[in-house]
Design a protein around this ligand. Structure first.
Ligand code: SAM
Ligand code: DTB
Ligand code: SF4
Length: 333
């Protein structure tokens, strides 16, 4: 069994990242196949519960108020709409619903009370509930945990060295602090990044070093390919090559062998063959449903057909325990 390590050096990760592509894929695939459930794919569906108007300046994001992206700005959604979306996602094969809000941080106000109600409602539907709401305090994380939150998504996005080029309105340390608050509340951690921002290979390696040297690895690591959106500073970035995506996914799997690696944004630009390569390289999760937060994504039916073709099947909810019970004992240690 591959050992879970928390002391990876830059040299070690670089050696993996730069190894010949097929050697790299073979090594990651071998580690992935140590898991008896390797043919299962965890499926999350995203819903944007509060869209646009965000005060942050994340250079990739269509929801930042300061960029003119034409995104459909809307206030907090009613709970009924979220529940209906959860039902549709469950029927489409998703075991997890991830609710996203274009906030810098959570405030202790009525909107947060509404999110708490949504978390309770979706949890009662036998789906894993995830939120991505920006920065959280310890007590806010605890409130989410008490409501039954399964996972919290909070990406590092790029390396610490590259961070200021992409976001100036918050620090890398603030990002890491929220991850600590989530851990303390025994909510599982979902944290990864984006490639194609104009970062270097060294930045990708550095981000993986930070993630893999956390006291506990994130249970899910989303690897997003930038979706360049008109109006954002990164609108003219070229699409990342599939080989960069495969290289990043495989390296992530090798340094965090027990974590679920999610082939995240960018799939509409990828063929089935390209996605199959990502699954071979250790990805075992996707976002499904026609929309990510504001941009398009393949439909549930197209994804189900792809999984069927590849001999993969959707993972059931709560295979790794339930919130408040076994979660703290499970997966990535
Ligand atoms: N506002 C919260 C935050 O920033 O944590 C939650 C929502 S935010 C949209 C969630 C994540 O979506 C970001 O951290 C980023 O990794 C990803 N994301 C946003 N825009 C993207 C884009 N154009 N392409 C790829 N990923 C993107
Ligand atoms: C993650 O890593 N990717 C998702 C989710 N976590 C929240 C978001 C992708 C957003 C892509 C751009 C959009 O649709 O707005
Ligand atoms: Fe706001 Fe999150 Fe978009 Fe940054 S990534 S602008 S914090 S919604």
């Amino acid at each position: 069994m591959t050992e879970v390590r928390h002391n990876w050096t830059t040299e070690e990760i670089s050696e993996i990242y730069y190894s010949p592509l097929l050697d790299l894929v073979y090594r990651a695939a071998t580690i992935h196949r140590e898991n008896k459930d390797y043919a299962e794919v965890q499926i999350s569906s995203l819903i944007s519960i509060k869209t646009g108007g965000c005060p942050e300046d994340c250079a990739y994001c269509p929801q930042a108020a300061r960029y003119n992206t034409g995104v459909d700005v809307h206030a907090m959604m009613p709970k009924e709409v979220v529940v209906a979306a959860a039902q549709k996602a469950k029927a489409g094969g998703a075991s997890r619903l991830c609710m996203g809000a274009a906030w810098r941080e959570v405030r202790d106000n009525r909107d947060f009370d509404k999110v708490i109600d949504m978390v309770k409602a979706v949890n009662e539907m036998e789906m894993e509930v995830c939120c991505t709401l920006g920065m959280l305090t310890e007590s806010q994380a605890q409130r989410l945990a008490d409501a039954g939150l399964y996972a919290y998504n909070h990406n590092l996005d790029t390396s610490e060295e590259d961070y200021k080029r992409i976001i100036t309105t918050r620090s890398y340390d603030e990002r890491l602090q929220t991850l600590e608050h989530v851990r303390k509340a025994h909510i599982t951690v979902c944290s990864g990044g984006i490639i194609g921002l104009g970062e270097t290979d060294a930045d990708r390696i550095s981000m993986l070093k930070t993630l893999s040297n956390l006291p506990q690895h994130p249970e899910s690591v989303p690897i997003n390919a930038l979706v360049p959106v008109k109006g954002t500073p990164l609108a003219d970035q070229p699409r990342v090559s599939i080989w960069d995506m495969v290289r990043m996914i495989a390296t992530t799997k090798i340094v965090m062998p027990k974590s679920v690696v999610r082939l995240s944004a960018g799939r509409t630009e990828m063929s089935t063959v390209e996605q199959a390569f990502c699954f071979m390289a250790g990805a075992n999760s996707i976002f499904a449903g026609e929309k990510l937060l504001t941009t398009p994504n393949p439909s549930f039916s197209d994804d189900m057909a792809m999984l069927e073709l590849l001999g993969l099947k959707p993972r059931e909810a709560f295979k790794n325990g339930r919130p408040g019970k076994k979660l703290e004992e499970v997966v990535a240690s």
